[in-house]
Design a protein around this ligand. Structure first.
Ligand code: DP6
Length: 347
């Protein structure tokens, strides 16, 4: 291969309703548990990949700048996996852009590695099935395997590399569920998800969470299938708190002075309590949070403007600024035929 074909692909980040937290195998990102998510169509990553024999090393641009060392190492290792499957040695030129901030609890690694898996594998001449793509994306970032299929997605923990992949459980058009992502802090978190996953089993409550997950998974699957926000929302909130309880009671090896991992900011707890009050007052809205201070509010379209109004007055009352991104369930990763059109169509 001299200069290969440039392939561009995009993917939405996904929001876990049942969280992946803890590994059974760290190098393969085999998760400790099955998880469920939906793709967020209000944000996306776009990535283009060209394999080029003239390059001695991979050239990676990330949000219009050369990728910083850690990001570069993670992406070049992943390109190595693609080269291995394709049986090539050629280095690649990668250009990747996010429409949202990284490392603030908005799963940028999920859309990032899903888009890279799709663009990279196609640029290397491979034509992988959705299952193979999901397995490949998982090795870049566990949650990325869930940004490959459409809409509402389940990632089956599986037993090994070939049985741990994600599949769609309902298309994006299934339900008019809205997600309001409230991004308080654009400061990247200190303890990365990878470090958090590794620390999870040190929590004395890890086994209790594992034991509770089969019932939670059933409640969340049923809630999605029946479009029952009351039972889905309660299960999702309790699940998010259970995941944070593990983080808060686990000891990350890299930070021996930390008695636990706190991904929240003071505003996070203000908003969680406000959501409970709003519900008490009859507004059907629920929250979830990933490994960061960003709070994601779930509600149906019918009450979206009421929830947004309540949120804006809370922020005003507290004198706090936040970026707000509104999403609905989105499609899985896709190839961009004409990147210039894609940039202007707002999808
Ligand atoms: C809290 O997929 O970011 O968002 O596999 O190490 O890249 P790596 O971790 P990542 O972890 C996601 C953790 C989570 C829960 C979830 O998305 O399921």
């Amino acid at each position: 291969m001299n200069m290969g074909k440039k392939v561009s692909a995009a993917a939405h980040p996904n929001l876990a309703l049942v969280k992946y937290w803890g590994h059974r195998n760290t190098s393969l990102n085999l998760p400790a548990n099955t998880s469920i998510s939906l793709n967020l169509d209000g944000a996306k990553t776009e990535t283009s990949v060209t394999f080029d024999a003239a390059l001695e090393v991979d050239a990676i641009s990330f949000n219009s700048k050369p990728a910083e060392v850690k990001v570069y190492q993670r992406m070049t290792r992943f390109l190595g996996l693609i080269r291995e499957i394709a049986g090539i040695q050629t280095r690649a030129c990668v250009v990747t852009e996010n429409t949202f901030p990284e490392s603030v609890g908005f799963a940028s690694s999920s859309s990032g590695f899903a888009a890279l898996a799709l663009a990279g594998s196609k640029a290397a001449g491979l034509s992988l099935s959705d299952r193979q793509l999901s397995i490949l994306a998982r090795k870049g970032s566990g949650s990325a395997c869930r940004s490959i299929p459409n809409g509402y997605v389940e990632w089956s923990a599986g037993d090994d590399d070939t049985s741990s992949f994600a599949f769609s459980i309902a298309p994006e058009s299934h339900w008019n569920l809205a997600v309001i992502s409230v991004i308080f802090s654009q400061v990247p978190k200190v303890v990365t998800s990878q470090q958090g996953h590794e620390a999870a089993t040190s929590s004395p409550y890890f086994a209790a969470r594992q034991a509770s997950l089969p019932d939670t998974l059933t409640a969340v699957r049923d809630g999605i299938r029946l479009k029952d926000l009351t039972s889905l929302g309660m299960a999702v909130e309790r699940e998010a708190i259970s995941f944070h309880a593990i983080a808060m009671t686990s000891a990350p090896q890299q930070y021996p002075w930390m008695s636990g991992i706190y991904y929240w900011q003071p505003m996070t707890i203000h908003l969680l309590k406000a959501v409970q009050h709003w519900r008490h007052d009859g507004l059907p809205v629920y929250f979830t949070l990933d490994a960061g201070s960003t709070v994601h509010l779930l509600c149906e379209d019918a009450v979206l403007s009421d929830v947004r109004g309540g949120l804006l007055s809370l922020l005003k009352q507290l004198g706090v600024k936040a970026d707000i991104v509104i999403s609905h369930a989105g499609r899985g990763a896709w190839v961009i035929d004409n990147p210039d059109n894609e940039k202007t169509d707002g999808t």
